[in-house]
Each structure stands twice: as structure tokens, then as C-alpha cells.
Design a protein around this ligand. Sequence first.
Ligand code: DGL
Length: 259
Amino acid sequence: MNNAPIGVFDSGLGGLTVWKELRRGLPAESIVYFGDGKNCPYGPKPVAEVIGYAEQAVRLLLDQGAKLIVVACNAATAAAIDYLRTTYDLPFVGMEPAVKPAALSTRSGVIGILATRNTLKGHLFRDNVARYGDRVRILEAVGEGFVEIVEADLEQTPKAEETVRRVVEPMLNAGADRIVLGCTHYPFLAPVIRRVIGDRQVELVDPAPAVERRVAHLLTEFGLQAEVDHQPQYSFFTAAGPEYRTKLEAKSRFALTMI
Ligand code: DGL
């Protein structure tokens, strides 16, 4: 038993879509969340730079006593997870686009992957494409502008729909019936993506629930679960100043209302 917090980090607000799954699935666990905010987005930045940001996040979470760290960012996972695992002596859970469930469940044989540039270039994703690419057609696209819209709280605007349509419509026209949300910011745009999909039979695939299950499994395996009656605390840190921290808290409350 261990009542120390689970650490979670992302370049900004996106990891809150994972945070809310952890909070729902593991209600006795305290969670400390670091949303960088200052260096967001990570997706287009040089890999060495992103490794540096990930390291800064991990150090802060360790200072807060984290017992396990969730890299709730596909781009940071792609860049840094190997380095983090070999450098720090605690369990890490990373994020990668859920190619496998999409490839195994598609009926049309075409799946779309939405992610940032670093994720699509990373070896975790390329290995998955090599593994599943011969049985399904895999369409890849950078969600150009998606992260910026989520960071600016513009999901409810016509600009959001226009930005999403530009990227998602070509996938739909090419016959994709599964769209993988390969960036933790993108689930905030799920209602907009669903509007663009309309009445087509297309499912969105979000790996966040699988991450929660993986965390639960590791906590048990390492004997790190909080006591059942432990009163959890949720705290938020950022590299971007007090206003951004307020924003993180507000977006976390919003994340809890999402289906
Ligand atoms: N939320 C991050 C991810 O899952 C990406 C956002 C960014 O580019 O910083 O990939």
C-alpha cells in the first residue's frame, strides 16, 4: 500500500483527458498533474528538446513524491519514454496511438490516425504501422491546429469545426471507419469530430481507458495502490505561471463532464 500520488504530465491541457480516466478508474489515488504550458506544443519540436521538457516534468513530479508516472502525451512518449525508463527508477506508462484496436476492429479495412508530427515519426508508431499495415490501410494525418484550439479553449467555435473538417474529411472520404485519437489533446475535440463524421458509421478510438487499466495493473504488480479509504488529492503544476494553472484546474473540471 502506498498513498503517494500518481504523476501525470503533458505539454499542456491534453493530458487531462487521461487524468480524468485515472481519476474515475482509481478513485483512491492522489494525482499530481504537470501541464507544461510554456513549451507547448511538443509535437513539432526537435526530439532532443522534447526529451529536456520531459525530464523537467519528471523531476518536478518526483519532487512531489510520485510513485509512478504517466506520460500523458504521445509526442513526449515518442521522444522520451526510452530515455526516461533507463534513467529513472520508477514505473512509467506511456501513450501511443491505438493502432492495434483500430486495425483489429475495422470493417472497411481503412483506419485513420490523427497525431502530432513527432508521434507519427517516432519508432513506436512506425513499428505499429509495420505490424498492422499489411492487413489494413493506415491513413496518417497531423491534426494541424488542433492543439492550439484546445489550448485556447476554442472547441465550441466555427474555427474548430473548419480546422477539424480540413483534416478529417479526407480520411472519411477515403473510407476510414476508425479514427484513432493519437494525441491527448484531441479527445477535447471529439464532439466536433463526431459532428464532421455525421451519420457515417465511424468510431473514434481513444487509448486513455487502456492507459488507466495499465496503471491499475502496474500499481497492483508493484504493490503501490493507495489504501481503499484514502482521501485523494488532485494538484496541478505548470511551467507557465499562475494563470495557466487556473486554466488547468478549470479544464480538469470540464474534462470530468466529458463522456
Ligand atoms: N498532447 C500531446 C500528445 O498527446 C501533444 C500536444 C503537443 O504537440 O504538445 O501528443
